[in-house]
Design a protein around this ligand. Structure first.
Ligand SMILES: [Fe+2]
Ligand SMILES: [Fe+2]
Length: 271
């Protein structure tokens, strides 16, 4: 078995979506099998690329250039699934990147267990969205996607606490806010396949946000810092713009993010 950081780098350097997720899931299974026998596998070190390898398609456009489609139409629903597939592929890379990028920071084994599990689940989510797209006669790569999804990773490439604050605790938490509305769109269209896939994603994302909160608080404890204040400072430094309500307060609470973490970062709360 190769060291975990090398597994992470290999996933980051694989371009094609289904190939990336197959490698990711295989590595996760190896890691989990080793951990189940009570082993402490090697973390090692790696040289992750600043930008992960990605397929030639989809074409990446700035958010303003990506055409908007009405969710009430079949085309609109395909566009929605495509956007989620793109987010999931990005998330696969984000979770392996946190493993490869910060291997110089001394962390408990549980940190790696959590992000390997999250990366494995994101891989499953990308495959689920790809399956839904294919069932609807499309595929990942058929439409343009947002460029700049990797921006948060680049901005926090040498700040682990900044990475935890912005990626799981802001971006993935935002997923908890918007997914129920998306599920409604597919329920109205009686697309039971997409509803089931999105419900799986919704259920599993709560844990990813919780891992972020857990390890953020762990590092605050290590450095004797106030978590809420540190969170506000880091989000203002690395996240461009205000956080936008409405928030899914219940799921955010379940994931260990209390309201006084996010409300002060809204346009309303910061005035
Ligand atoms: Fe996901
Ligand atoms: Fe996630």
């Amino acid at each position: 078995m190769i060291a975990l950081a090398q597994m992470a780098e290999a996933v980051l350097r694989t371009a094609e979506g289904r190939e990336k997720t197959a490698l990711s899931r295989g590595f996760a299974a190896e890691w989990q099998a080793a951990r189940a026998t009570g082993e402490t596998p090697e973390i090692g070190r790696a040289d992750p690329p600043l930008h992960p390898a990605r397929p030639a398609k989809p074409e990446l456009l700035s958010p303003r250039e990506v055409p908007r489609r009405k969710p009430g139409t079949p085309e609109g629903r395909i566009a929605l699934l495509h956007a989620v597939a793109h987010i999931e592929l990005n998330a696969v890379d984000l979770h392996w990147d946190i493993i490869a990028r910060f291997c110089d920071v001394k962390l408990p084994m549980g940190f790696y267990d959590d992000w390997v599990k999250a990366a494995d689940e994101e891989s499953k989510h990308f495959n689920l969205m790809s399956d839904c797209l294919e069932a609807a006669g499309s595929h990942y790569g058929a439409l343009a996607a947002h460029a700049g999804m990797w921006r948060a990773a680049e901005d926090t490439a040498d700040d682990l606490m900044g990475r935890l604050a912005v990626v799981p605790m802001v971006l993935e938490a935002r997923g908890l806010d918007v997914t129920p509305g998306m599920i409604e769109v597919f329920k109205r269209a009686k697309d039971t396949g997409a509803v089931a896939a999105l419900e799986t994603i919704y259920a599993e994302e709560v844990a990813h946000v919780a891992y972020g909160s857990k390890w953020f608080h762990f590092l605050c404890g290590r450095f004797d810092e106030d978590p809420k204040e540190r969170f506000h400072t880091l989000v203002r430094k690395y996240f461009h713009g205000d956080l936008k309500p409405p928030f899914n307060e219940e799921k955010r609470a379940e994931a260990g993010i209390p309201p006084d973490f996010y409300w002060p970062l809204t346009a309303e709360g910061s005035t």
